[in-house]
Every structure is written in structure tokens, then in C-alpha cells.
Design a protein around this ligand. Structure first.
Ligand SMILES: [Zn+2]
Ligand SMILES: [Zn+2]
Length: 161
């Protein structure tokens, strides 16, 4: 069944045949600033299952300065309404901000990531797994961060993880 989605002003519309996941709520500073929320829920999709129906010319891109290793963090958003959007030229697998869906994508959040950066005014109250930078580096790159590693979280801010 086709799942549709759109931005706030409705210029950008898309459809997806199915979502493959994962469905992560990212609390990193950049996703928080992009969304203005305590965390940004993002759903993984394959490019071959995804079609932009309108508004590709509304997508504006901001590339943030590198904090760690490439690739750089990109923010894609609608130039009219500011809704966060998927990348205009997605790779094989990419993520869609879950709030854009107008239909039930059929999947549910499966984890929280960058939980060190959950803001002081928010609290995770569900039972989903909570992964920090150390867990993510181990899982995604099969690397172990050294003791006392300093994570650069935003322009010049560091925390020990
Ligand atoms: Zn819009
Ligand atoms: Zn993030």
C-alpha cells in the first residue's frame, strides 16, 4: 500500500511503497535544532521505493560544518514553510522525517539515538533501547571509542562520553 507524505505548506509531496526502517528518534543537537523538538523521528526508506510527486524545486539544502568524520550533516527543508525534508537526490537508503507522513507508515520507533544529548527539559519515558555515541560507533563502525572520548556536539561544545 502506498504511503503518502507532505510538508507543512503542501508544495512538497511524495509517496513510498514501503518503509524498511530502522525508525530512530535522534536527539543529536543538529536534529534537535533542525526540528525544534527534543528529538527527530526518522524512518529509513530505500530510494527505489520512493517517488517525489511535487515540489522538488522547493527543497533547500544547508550543509553544516563537519563536527567529526565525513559525511557532513545536511539539513534539507522546504523554502516556503521550513519543514524538514528528505534529501533531493537520495542514496540507496535514506531517512524521512516521520512527521511528514500523512498515512501510517506501518512501523513504530525502534530506538533512541544520541541519548547523551536529550535536553534537560525532556525525559525518555518509553522502553525502547537508548543508544549513545559509544554504542553507535560500536554498532555502525565496529570501532571502540577510547576512554574519556570527547564528543563535539555543536559549534565548539564538547562532552565526555
Ligand atoms: Zn512546504
Ligand atoms: Zn541527529
Amino acid at each position: 500500500m502506498t504511503i503518502t507524505g507532505s510538508c507543512l505548506c503542501g508544495s512538497y509531496t511524495f509517496e513510498v511503497d514501503e518503509v524498511v526502517g530502522p525508525f530512530e528518534v535522534c536527539h543529536c543537537n543538529r536534529c534537535r535544532k533542525k526540528s525544534g523538538a527534543a528529538g527527530l523521528p526518522m524512518v529509513g526508506v530505500l530510494a527505489r521505493d520512493y517517488r517525489v510527486l511535487s515540489g522538488l524545486d522547493a527543497v533547500t539544502t544547508y550543509e553544516a560544518p563537519l563536527l567529526g568524520k565525513p559525511p557532513p550533516y545536511h539539513s534539507f527543508f522546504c523554502k516556503t514553510c521550513g519543514s524538514p525534508l528528505p534529501p533531493p537526490d537520495p542514496d540507496d537508503w535514506f531517512e524521512i522525517p516521520a512527521g511528514l507522513f500523512d498515512d501510517d507508515p506501518g512501523v513504530r520507533p525502534d530506538k533512541h539515538i544520541f541519548v547523551e544529548l536529550v535536553p534537560a527539559w525532556d525525559e525518555i519515558t518509553d522502553d525502547l533501547p537508548q543508544l549513545g555515541l559509544r554504542d553507535l560507533v560500536r554498532g555502525r563502525r565496529s570501532e571502540e571509542l577510547p576512554e574519556g572520548h570527547e564528543m563535539v556536539t555543536h559549534h565548539g561544545t564538547r562532552i565526555k562520553v
